[in-house]
Design a protein. Structure first.
Length: 354
């Protein structure tokens, strides 16, 4: 006798204007990612792990390929998870999670698991999701396993000593892209557009981008991805305090500035309509407001800053937004100094819409 596989639906949090900038009293109280891990102070991936698992709740199973969020979270016989968790090799987050999803389907159908179908997710770093393990994640998306595949993107191979990854931005300094007289910008290549690859390459999947600057957006996209029957992919920007060299308290602020400077478009891909919905931030900033907060960009010369502003302006156009004159003018290297001499604004306390 076969049994029905019953799916759950997680409710979405209300997203009216300004809510994402404040403490929200109706956030889930449960914390499947508990205190007691050993990530650096201000670690963006740890914030993302906590919010994703808060959104997913207690009826969740989670996998983590090798990376900081495996190594710094888990020592022998000890993890911060209050839900079942498994480590996978860095290349096989996708195949491992496919197996979990197929296994739960079969067990529930055969009556060996009472169900309902749990929230199944994997959270892989960019080195895993965009590089070493991209094949297994693409395979899982293609086969449409009912799970959420998350990339926590700290734009480097952090755990092995901050090496460049495909998502390291242009001019981002890493231990494998040092700047010098031969290559003054550090990293020469533009970053891989991972989320667009996943959406365009697997048009039947729910795909979205978000950052740790927008907690309600992050949690709602987690829930939408889990509610979607089939495969879903979430790309989340997560600053790495150690690798990027910034003030520890600025992790969430960076998560907003990267969006407000046009360098990380936040969007959602709807597989029913095959359409992208872009978030239009209320503020459009020069890229210097973002770059100058981070030591990894301190070496940038005027032409590198101008090239980054040009890339951001192209993103604004992709998002269907006008490019203000000030930002257009920023494409001219003559408008810039060396990055470390640029002035930029840095409010510490934001109000609604600020
Ligand atoms: C096949 C394989 N190659 C290399 C490694 C070494 N390694 C361990 S963690 C890591 C970094 C992973 O980077 P990422 O996925 O971005 O996660 P992060 O460390 O940034 O959190 C690497 C390369 C490995 N474990 N397996
Ligand atoms: S090195 Fe970066 S990603 Fe790793 S624990 Fe520290 S802040 Fe987090
Ligand atoms: Mg990484």
């Amino acid at each position: 006798m076969t049994h029905d596989v019953v799916r759950q639906t997680l409710p979405l949090l209300d997203e009216e204007d300004g809510r994402d900038l404040y403490y929200l009293p109706d956030l889930p109280e449960e914390d499947p990612y508990a205190a007691g891990h050993r990530t650096c102070a201000g670690c963006g991936p740890a914030i993302q792990y906590r919010w994703v698992l808060k959104a997913a709740g207690q009826d969740t199973v989670v996998a983590g390929p090798t990376g900081c969020m495996y190594v710094a979270n888990s020592t022998y016989l000890c993890t911060p998870y209050t839900v079942p968790w498994a480590h996978t090799p860095i290349a096989s987050g996708g195949s491992f999670t496919s197996g979990m999803a197929a296994g739960y389907e079969a067990m529930i159908r055969k009556g060996r698991d009472p169900g309902p179908y749990p929230n199944i997710l994997v959270m892989a770093g960019d080195g895993s999701a965009a590089d070493i393990g991209i094949g297994s994640i693409s395979g899982a998306l293609y086969r449409d396993h009912d799970a959420l595949f998350v990339c926590y993107d700290n734009e480097c191979y952090a755990n092995t000593g901050i090496q460049t990854s495909p998502t390291t931005p242009y001019a981002g300094m890493t231990t494998f892209t040092p700047y010098g007289t031969a290559i003054p910008e550090g990293k020469k290549l533009p970053p891989k557009n991972l989320a667009k690859m996943m959406a365009e390459g697997h048009p039947h999947c729910y795909v979205a981008t978000t950052t740790v600057g927008y907690p309600v957006d992050l949690m709602n996209k987690t829930r939408k991805g889990l509610n979607h029957v089939g495969a879903a992919f979430l790309h989340c920007y997560t600053p790495c305090q150690k690798g990027w060299v910034y003030q520890t308290s600025m992790t969430v602020e960076l998560g907003r500035r990267v969006v407000e400077s046009g360098l990380f478009p936040v969007w959602e891909y709807d597989p029913q309509e095959r359409a992208y919905r872009y978030f239009h931030p209320p503020i459009q900033r020069p890229v210097t407001d973002y770059l100058a907060m981070q030591g990894r960009f301190g070496h940038m010369l005027p032409e590198h800053v101008a090239a980054t502003q040009r890339a951001a302006n192209l993103n604004w156009q992709d998002m269907g937004m006008d490019v203000p004159a000030e930002l257009r003018e920023g494409e001219d290297p003559a408008r810039h100094a060396r990055l470390k001499e640029e002035s930029y604004s840095m409010p510490l306390n934001r109000g609604v819409g600020a």
